[in-house]
Design a binder for this molecule. Structure first.
Ligand code: FAD
Length: 450
């Protein structure tokens, strides 16, 4: 079944590229995806087969040097919410969402087994599809992963999995690398790879994406980076000097207590993941918990309402980043939601330590800010994440710490947007409950830029 549409966000089938070759100036009239021809993955579940795309669609696009109106990198909550909003707005733009994971929801699925969200279900859902279960209850990570997958199916989003973007290059219409429309440089230009420079031509694509396993670029006019702010684990430099007999795991790779040998565990990092992992490990191991600043505990619920509902009601959750409410919240730093850690500390099940600052080779021990030391059997680094944006070979995009520079959703490069970063529009920007609001704003900008 092929069906022509110019009123919806077009889902591109394998056949679509061929028909669009004859009308490259407008590719809105490509056939919409028919469920039967969308995907050849017979081993997948029926839903995944219906609404996911295989690599053929990329092959067809790249082979034909054809150009998409919009590509979104990342099918996490930020990319999904934006994709859904674009479809709702019936924008008639051709769009693909690329993700290096095999399945929608994998970034939640791969997190530690006991992860329970600190946002209740009614603040852990995206617009247009409720998360089933008690709205006041707190979902677990598999529930979240399955919900994300259901969301993608519900909106029939054009997602290609197993599709890691390895670099992005900006081109001008003469098919050369371009910097002419950028603001004065703040950072030196990145070296552009020889691979990309020879992978030409593309018709009018402004952004050329190299995808793992493909030798030609996928081109698009507008590009959204929705690849997540929590992808590259951060571990302090001095950890490399630690005695190799000590087991070290970042919280990103921690799954469950039996990954660790018996003995003492040092959990470094006072955020919500570190606290949850420390409490879990305290049931099987001797645990020390190292924090840089005093812990601020907030209850999960107060007077019958969740803390997030209070934040919402009092205007803190979605307050614009430059408002006094947002400034007040940021100054407070991130709290720990719930009292489980407080109780474990009170019961003496977890020992609180100052910031872990160095490794002392002579005594084979970790040194803390107050000069105390310990020699743990294992260390969990719950020290957060850094942005990994080296693969984006775009001038003026990142600062010297490889952090994307943006104002709202806009980067310095016209047509290049970002979504899902902490405090991008508000406190909620990197939370599930903020993804829909941010996506709605961004969708308007994308359409205006068409
Ligand atoms: C341990 C933990 C607990 C959290 N708990 C909560 C909570 O309780 N409530 C809440 O609201 N938020 C919570 N968050 C914060 C946030 O909601 C999640 O991190 C969420 O996954 C972020 O969504 P995202 O779409 O921005 O990024 P992600 O979910 O990380 O999705 C980004 C996607 O981009 C893909 N990608 C990345 N690079 C590439 C590339 N080069 N090419 C192709 N694809 C790429 C990835 O495969 C991934 O699927 C938590 C975060 C963590 C780490």
């Amino acid at each position: 079944m092929t069906q022509v549409t110019n009123t919806t966000v077009v889902q591109l089938s394998a056949q679509s590229t061929k028909s669009s070759q004859s009308s490259r100036s407008s590719i809105t009239n490509v056939p919409a995806l028919s469920k039967s021809n969308a995907c050849s993955g017979t081993s997948l579940s029926p839903n995944l087969t219906m609404f996911s795309f295989n690599h053929e669609v990329i092959h067809n696009y790249t082979a034909a040097h054809d150009t998409l109106d919009l590509v979104i990198i990342g099918a996490g909550q930020a990319g999904l919410a934006l994709g859904a909003r674009m479809k709702e707005m019936k924008s008639a733009m051709s769009m693909l969402i690329l993700d290096r994971h095999a399945q929608v929801g994998d970034s939640w699925r791969s997190r530690y087994d006991s992860l329970q969200l600190y946002t209740p279900r009614k603040y852990s859902q995206l617009p247009g599809l409720p998360l089933s279960g008690d709205p006041e209850g707190f979902p677990n990570k598999d529930e979240m992963a399955d919900y994300m997958k259901r969301y993608a199916d519900h909106y029939e989003l054009p997602i290609v999995g197993n599709c890691g973007v390895t670099s992005v290059q900006l081109m001008n219409q003469n098919h050369t690398t371009s910097t002419h429309n950028l603001q004065p440089q703040q950072e030196p230009l990145h070296e552009l790879s020889a691979q990309l420079q020879t992978a030409l031509p593309c018709i009018v694509g402004k952004f050329h994406l190299m995808i793992h396993g493909f030798d030609k670029p996928l081109c698009c006019k507008q590009l959204v980076l929705a690849h997540g702010a929590f992808s590259a684990p951060f571990i302090p430099e001095w950890a490399h000097h630690i005695n190799p007999s000590i087991v070290q795991i970042h919280s990103n790779s921690y799954l469950r207590p039996d990954q660790l040998p018996t003995g003492s565990v040092l959990v470094v990092g006072g955020g919500n993941s570190g606290a949850q992992i420390a409490v879990e490990l305290s049931r099987t191991h001797q645990v020390s918990f190292s924090v840089r600043s005093p812990i601020r505990h907030l209850p999960l619920r107060t007077l019958g309402r969740s803390t997030f509902e209070w934040m919402d009601t009092l205007g803190f959750l979605h307050a614009p980043t430059d408002s006094w409410r947002a400034r007040f919240l940021r100054k407070q730093g991130d709290p720990l939601f719930g009292y489980e850690l407080k109780e474990a500390l009170g019961a003496g099940n977890i020992q609180l330590m100052r910031a872990a600052e160095a490794w002392d080779n002579a005594s084979s021990s970790v040194v803390f800010a107050d000069s105390s030391t310990m020699s743990p059997t294992s260390i969990i680094w719950a020290t957060g994440f850094k942005q990994d944006n080296d693969w984006l070979q775009l001038p003026n995009l990142c600062n010297s710490q490889s952090q994307i520079q943006y104002r709202g959703h806009h980067t310095q490069i016209p047509g290049l947007f970002v979504i899902g970063m902490p405090w991008q529009q508000a406190r909620s920007s990197a939370l599930i409950c903020g993804a829909g609001r941010d996506a709605a704003k961004l969708a308007v900008d994308i359409l205006a830029n068409k």
